[in-house]
Structure formats: structure tokens, C-alpha cells
Design a protein around this ligand. Structure first.
Ligand code: PRP
Length: 221
């Protein structure tokens, strides 16, 4: 029997919505993971197995789980679509809801979508998704990778479009941009390392069941 079970959580805005779901599954960290500077925090001991949490950047969760450094994790669907890790995705947690959209300056978007055969510069952190999107339309896209603040790129003339997360739309509005097209609806997903899924089944399956129950309760509340 394994002696630890490691769950990778992402820092930031999703963590606040994740903790009540974990609490329902009796997976409460022993420290306040929102304020600690520790990157690894203990959780409960279940059937003699120490649960521990990794508190890491959202984009790194799928890497830790794919590598087996974490048995399970919570990752946005956007990052799963972009990085395509070899992990199981047994549960939609229905938190962190937003969408991945193509956006641009209002005046440009009003001129209509770029034509097949045209060229476009697109700023994004989703290089793969951007290339796939424009390739499918026969548009030559120069993908400019940025790590954040994508909305700035069209304002300074570096790109004609961005592909980014839109939640409330307030960042777009504040920067004079509009949505052209929604590419994907996003929410946070529970992901599981395939080997862990087999070797730690007796621990992981009841956790998935309890998390599923927590999601359903939250939906009807
Ligand atoms: C995200 C995203 C948008 C913004 C969308 O950025 O990249 O900029 O949130 O949210 P809204 O539609 O509610 O305005 P985040 O705040 O995560 O920071 P980042 O730009 O550094 O990625």
C-alpha cells in the first residue's frame, strides 16, 4: 500500500473555489494554503496514507500529474487542451468557469473575420490552440507568445488579435477590445495520473466519488 497521496493544486483565483470541494471529500490541508509560502502542505491521513498538497502555478499542475510527481490535480480545461498531457480526466468540477476566446480591437473585429489566405498576428499564451484554430481556416498566423496581459498587444500594434481567457469581459472592455469568437468553454477538471489510478485505486476512487457528490451538491445549492 502506498504511504502518500499527492494532490496538485493551482495558486490563485481557483484555489478559493477548490477548498470547499476538497473539504467535502475530507481533504482539508492542515495549513492555510492561500497564505502560506510553503509549496507542499500536509492534509489528512486516510487509511494510513498521508495526503499532501502541492501548491503550484496553474500551468504546472498537468506536468506534475503527468510525470507522476502528483497522483491527482486540479487543472483548467484550457491548460489541458493546450498541453494535452497523458492523464485521466474523471470529473468536471464546474468551478473556474470562463471561456477561451478570439478577441480584437472593436474597429478591426467589426470589419469581419480574417479571410482564408490572409496573414494575422495573434498574441496568446495558448500557442498550440491558436495555431490549430487559424490553420483550420487557412489563415497564416504568426503566434506571439505572451505570459499575461494579452490585452495590451493590440493596443501597441503588436498583434491584430488575442486568444485569451474571458470571464466577466471587464478586462476586454477596459482595453477597448471585443470578443470575436468563443473557441472553448472552460472549467476546472480533476486529473489523475494513469499509473496512480491503477495502483492507488482504493484511495482515489472514493475521493472521486466524494468530489462528484460535492460538485452535485454545489450545483443544486
Ligand atoms: C485573465 C485573462 C484576462 C482576464 C479575464 O488574466 O488572461 O486578462 O483574466 O478576466 P475578465 O474577463 O473577468 O476580465 P489574469 O487576471 O489571470 O492575469 P494574466 O493576464 O496575468 O494572465
Amino acid at each position: 500500500m502506498a504511504d502518500t497521496l499527492t494532490i496538485a493544486l493551482s495558486k490563485g483565483r481557483i484555489l478559493e473555489q477548490t477548498l470547499p470541494l476538497l473539504a467535502h471529500a475530507k481533504l482539508t490541508p492542515i495549513e492555510d494554503v492561500q497564505s502560506t509560502r510553503k509549496l507542499m502542505v500536509d492534509g489528512p491521513v486516510i487509511d494510513g496514507v498521508q495526503v499532501r498538497f502541492l501548491i503550484i502555478r496553474a500551468a504546472d499542475v498537468c506536468t506534475y500529474v503527468e510525470q507522476g510527481a502528483a497522483d491527482m490535480g486540479i487543472s483548467g480545461r484550457d491548460l489541458l487542451l493546450e498541453h494535452r498531457p497523458h492523464v485521466y480526466e474523471p470529473l468536471d468540477l464546474k468551478i473556474g468557469r470562463c471561456r477561451v476566446c478570439v478577441c480584437g480591437p472593436k474597429a478591426l473585429v467589426e470589419q469581419g473575420k480574417p479571410q482564408s489566405g490572409s496573414r494575422i498576428r495573434v498574441a496568446t499564451k495558448y500557442d498550440y490552440l491558436a495555431e490549430k484554430h487559424y490553420l483550420a481556416q487557412g489563415i497564416q498566423a504568426e503566434v506571439i507568445h505572451l505570459y499575461g496581459g494579452m490585452e495590451l498587444a493590440p493596443l501597441v500594434g503588436m498583434a491584430e488579435r488575442i486568444i485569451d481567457i474571458v470571464e466577466t469581459g471587464s478586462t476586454l472592455k477596459a482595453n477597448g477590445l471585443v470578443e470575436e469568437e468563443t473557441l472553448y468553454d472552460i472549467s476546472s477538471r480533476l486529473i489523475v495520473n494513469p499509473a496512480s489510478s491503477a495502483t492507488k485505486r482504493a484511495l482515489i476512487n472514493p475521493m472521486i466519488k466524494q468530489l462528484r457528490d460535492a460538485v452535485q451538491r454545489r450545483e443544486v445549492a
